[in-house]
Design a protein around this ligand. Sequence first.
Ligand SMILES: [Zn+2]
Length: 190
Amino acid sequence: MAPGESTPEKTAPQPLYLVQRLVNSVDLETGEDELGSPPALHDWLVERGLLAAGEPVTEADLDRVRDVREGLRAVLLANNGLPFDDQKIERLDQAVSRADVRVRFRPGEDPKLVPDARGVDGAVARLMAIVAAAVQQGHWDRLKACPREECEWAFYDRSKNRSGRWCQMEVCGNLEKARAFRERRRAATA
Ligand SMILES: [Zn+2]
């Protein structure tokens, strides 16, 4: 799947979609990456209202955002029942350590979590506040990553019992079934 959007039934509601969209900014199968350079990351974040146009983006920012992206993918795989990748989660934890959030109070509004950092750290903080809100609202575990190793595409599971497993049953589900079949046959003839 080329980096980008998902079909509507696999798309998370806003603002959680921003998190899904970050994870899907690279196609692991082809290596095509929307965040290929600091300027590309800058434009990607500005386009989504996560960064002010004048804010700089460095190589280190890009490394950090990629750690966030792959760490989130590891969490989404765990949401799909796969074991935690401790190393990736640790790097995620480190990458978000400067992305501070605070509670903001405004008359006539519910208190809410907002970024308390600038630049790319502020953008990451905004995404983390979205994750925290989704956890609290009880739909974080619907955001999953496809367990087919070459795919790991992020999708939103709208099924009633939250049992959705594949980004696309017709593609990854069938490829995995074929692989399992080949492996069983190999094991039987061995
Ligand atoms: Zn898939």
